[in-house]
Write a protein that binds this ligand. Structure first.
Ligand code: GUN
Length: 283
């Protein structure tokens, strides 16, 4: 039977530690501040943004949420980003995705100063992550690395299979696992014979957005399974991409959904905001 990785408790513990760290930063005259821009009224985005705001306040990060109407033009949004780029009291800028269709996501993400891009979505940060240099890594994969560290799960030399190749999870996850000396395979919707890869894996990280992507027959005994999915089953209950009940019988460690990877994503955003404030104070 697997150890269930408790992302919620771990996130709480990390937030307590950050609270102390931020209090000390403030004594040195550094007051970390995050600005989140939300365009329109996507209900899922509203929940995410509210949680980010609440977590910032919990640890002592100043948080401002700027709500813009759905009909905001790209130019108006770019002007706002530019103003925040120039504002020395703002250390982190996050534009919540998705954006309304009249706004080009790529253009907006590229307008954020890389030093303030706490999401790690700017191509400069993607490049820095790829060459293993100091920048910002996206929150979800960083949170997973933190989980491995906190639970004492060895990564070096392990055979890691990632299912999903998105820019915000799969690809940065691969870069971080590689940096931690894993042997990495990225599988995706066009992969033939997926189980041939997952059965050989010591670690499987699933981020497809499809229920039951990973079932018990696809893994070996003792595997570590990380589930990044967030779906609803027929009863409307939250579930991940992994057949949790069956796979946990074979795994050594597994993350549940909810209370697994999700809470860790926010703590890594807080971590990136602290890093941004520290780095900008040295400039
Ligand atoms: N929408 C869903 N997840 C994210 C995220 O991590 N960052 C941003 N900016 N938008 C999102």
């Amino acid at each position: 039977m697997a150890t269930i990785i408790d992302g919620k408790s771990l996130a709480q513990k990390l937030k307590e530690e950050m609270k102390t760290e931020i209090a000390q930063m403030k004594q040195r005259g550094i007051f970390p501040k995050l600005v989140v821009i939300l365009v329109g009224n996507n209900s899922a985005s509203e929940v995410y943004v509210r949680n980010k705001h609440k977590s910032c306040l919990e640890v002592g990060i100043e948080s401002e949420v700027i709500n813009l109407p759905t009909e905001t033009t790209q130019m108006e949004l770019l002007e706002l980003v530019e103003r925040l780029n120039q504002d020395k009291t703002v250390h982190g800028i996050l534009v919540q995705l998705p954006l309304p269709q009249q706004i080009d996501e790529k253009t907006v993400l590229r307008a954020i100063l890389p030093q303030k891009d706490v999401d790690g979505f700017h191509p400069v940060n993607v490049g820095l992550l790829s060459i293993g240099d100091e920048g910002f890594a996206p929150a979800t994969p960083s949170g997973i690395i933190t989980m491995f560290r906190e639970y004492g799960i060895e990564i070096s030399g392990k055979n890691c299979v990632i299912i999903g190749r998105s820019n915000i999870v799969g690809k940065p996850m691969a870069a971080l696992m590689l940096r931690n000396n894993a042997t990495v395979t990225i599988c995706h919707s066009k992969t033939d014979h997926l189980a041939d890869y997952t059965r050989r894996a010591d670690i499987v990280i699933v981020a497809t957005g499809r229920r039951n992507t990973l079932t018990a027959d696809m893994v070996k005994e003792g595997v570590v399974v990380i589930d990044v999915g967030m779906n609803r089953d027929e009863q409307g209950k939250l579930c991940g991409d992994v057949d949790f009940e069956a796979v946990k019988q074979k795994a050594s460690f597994i993350t549940p959904v909810p209370k697994g990877v999700g809470p860790m994503t926010i703590t890594e955003l807080l971590r990136n905001t602290i890093l941004a404030a520290e780095r900008q104070s040295r400039q």
